[in-house]
Structures are given as structure tokens and as C-alpha cells.
Write a protein that binds this ligand. Structure first.
Ligand code: NCD
Length: 311
């Protein structure tokens, strides 16, 4: 049995096969509409989410399966003090696969150790978010034709943004990727990502403060929200929240084929006028997340052979 806790739980070939399957589902969704009949997905969300939870649920429903779950810690037995280990042991008897989001880093990993069903990390604290990463890679590949050889700008809250941490981990496995890390001093990429992921990869990376300076050389611009819920005090959040706002004027400095991505939700960091620009791909990116999660559910349930290697 396989789980997806960290983006590196899938090797590069498995990732490529999974994205290939996501593309086949996108092209011919009808062929997959009954593949999960009789299967149940549990969505265990101890932290709020709209997109991720609903995209998992939509994915399972579009495969003909069913879903159950909870969408906040208050509405689960966690409020009574139940451990993650006990929750997943019990859920193993109620469902065939589980997607878990937790405010505590490492909670889905703990769950996977006690689980009898595949566990997918749907975001753990400021740590990792591997299904968002698959969604991001899928959009990069669809828009740019490939993932290798690109200059990728990551902009905003690079400190607390788990989608950024997961995406960097996944991207260093592709050839000739260059990173431009755009953030205020206080929200720089964590040291462990710089030292343990970026430096050993040998890929060039630079840290810059101004989006305008980086814009002309980017192939992909990955915007992120300042992660209010992870700040220790409100003043710091208020001071930093509008550090970067992508406007049509700033976007004008970018390449014609630039891909502007965002994991969403957007707060202020992308001006609404940018939505009309053909380079704004974030809503299409979110739509793609459903096909990616459909592919992942099929692969983890063993319903689509030859995607994952034997565990
Ligand atoms: C992201 C997350 O939860 O980390 N959202 C998502 O899953 N699409 C990004 C965010 O909340 O800013």
C-alpha cells in the first residue's frame, strides 16, 4: 500500500505517469465515470479548506465513488481529544482512502503509520502540500509543454507557504530549472529548503525583493498569499500582506508566454484585472486539480495499474 505524504513519495517517473493519466481523464472524463463505484473517500480536514477538500470530493464523485468526512477540527472527535492515530484506525474501517489536512506538521505522516488505507496529505501546517504540487506541475506542463528548462519565479510568502516548499522539492528533480525567490526579508524561503533542497540540487537560485526586477526573465510566476493564520501577531501580517500586488502594469514586463499560477485563495496579491490576461492560468490550474486527484485516487487504490511501482 502506498501513501502520498511528501511530494518525493512519488519518483519522477511515477509523477510523469500520474500526470499522463490526469491528462487522459481530462480528455475523456466519461471513460472514468464509474471506475470507483463502491469505493469511499474520507476527507479528514482538521483545518479549513475550500478548494482542496471540494476538489478531492469532486474527484471521487466524478469517479463514481462516494465521500464522507468533516471539515474542521471542532466538528470531529479531535475536539474531544482523540489522537490522529486513533482517528485513522477507525476511519480505516469506514473508507477505502483518506485525504487529511492538519494544522500540525507531520500529522498525516503519523496517520499513515497507523492506517490500513492509503492516506493523502492534503496540507500539514506550514510544511507540505503534495497534491497542490501535482496540480502545479500539471499546469506548468500543460501550459509550457515541459517542466525542464524553465525559469520559475516564486513570489510572496515563501516562509509559511507550504505549497512553495512542496513545489521546490518537486521541481529540483527536473533539468535546467532556475529559481527566482521573490519575497520580503521576513518571509524568505526557510533555511532548510535553501540548504537541504536548493543548494544540493545544483540549480541556480537567487533571492530578490522586487517583483519588477525578476519579471522579464520568468517563464512561470507562482504567486502566493501571505499566510495570515501562521503569523504570531496581526501587526506583522498587516505590514506584510500587500508586499506584492501583481497588476497589469507589472505583468506587462513579463514574457508573452509567461504562465501566472497561484494555488488560491487569492487575497490581494493579484489584481482582478489580471484575470483577463491569457497568461493568468490560476483558475484553469484549480480545475486541473480535480483531474490530478482523480488520477491519484485511481493509482493509490490500485485501480489503474502501472502508474505506481510496487511498494
Ligand atoms: C493553499 C494551502 O492550503 O496551502 N491552498 C490550496 O490548497 N489551494 C494555499 C493557501 O492557502 O494560500
Amino acid at each position: 500500500m502506498r501513501h502520498l505524504i511528501d511530494p518525493l513519495d512519488l519518483d519522477r517517473e511515477e509523477t510523469a505517469r500520474l500526470l499522463g493519466l490526469a491528462q487522459r481523464i481530462l480528455d475523456r472524463p466519461g471513460d472514468y465515470a464509474r471506475r470507483c463505484e463502491g469505493k469511499i473517500l474520507a476527507t479528514l480536514f482538521f483545518e479549513p479548506s475550500t478548494r482542496t477538500r471540494l476538489s478531492f470530493e469532486s474527484a471521487m464523485l466524478r469517479l463514481g465513488g462516494q465521500v464522507l468526512g468533516f471539515s474542521s477540527a471542532q466538528s470531529s472527535s479531535a475536539a474531544k481529544g482523540e489522537s490522529v492515530a486513533d482517528t485513522i484506525r477507525m476511519i480505516s474501517g469506514y473508507a477505502d482512502i483518506a485525504a487529511m489536512r492538519h494544522f500540525k506538521e507531520g500529522a498525516p505522516l503519523v496517520a499513515s503509520r497507523y492506517s490500513k488505507i492509503p492516506v493523502v496529505n492534503a496540507g500539514d501546517g506550514g510544511h507540505q502540500h503534495p497534491t497542490q504540487t501535482l496540480t502545479d506541475l500539471f499546469m506548468i506542463q500543460r501550459s509550457r509543454g515541459q517542466i525542464s528548462g524553465l525559469t520559475i519565479g516564486l513570489c510572496g510568502d515563501l516562509k509559511f507557504g507550504r505549497t512553495v516548499h512542496s513545489l521546490i522539492k518537486a521541481l529540483v528533480r527536473y533539468e535546467d530549472v532556475r529559481f527566482v525567490l521573490i519575497s520580503p526579508e521576513e518571509l524568505r524561503t526557510p533555511g532548510y529548503i535553501l540548504k537541504e533542497v536548493l543548494s544540493p540540487s545544483g540549480h541556480p537560485f537567487e533571492e530578490v525583493r522586487r517583483m519588477e526586477e525578476a519579471m522579464p526573465r520568468l517563464d512561470v510566476l507562482y504567486m502566493t498569499r501571505v499566510q495570515r493564520e501562521r503569523f504570531f501577531n496581526e501587526e506583522d501580517y498587516v505590514r506584510l500582506k500587500d508586499s506584492y500586488i501583481l497588476t497589469p502594469e507589472k505583468l506587462a514586463l513579463g514574457k508573452k508566454e509567461l504562465a501566472v499560477l497561484h494555488p488560491l485563495p487569492r487575497v490581494n496579491e493579484i489584481h482582478k484585472q489580471v484575470d483577463e490576461d491569457p497568461r493568468a492560468l490560476y483558475f484553469e490550474q484549480a480545475r486541473g486539480g480535480v483531474f490530478v486527484r482523480m488520477a491519484l485516487i485511481l493509482a493509490l487504490l490500485g485501480l489503474e495499474p502501472h502508474i505506481l511501482k510496487e511498494a
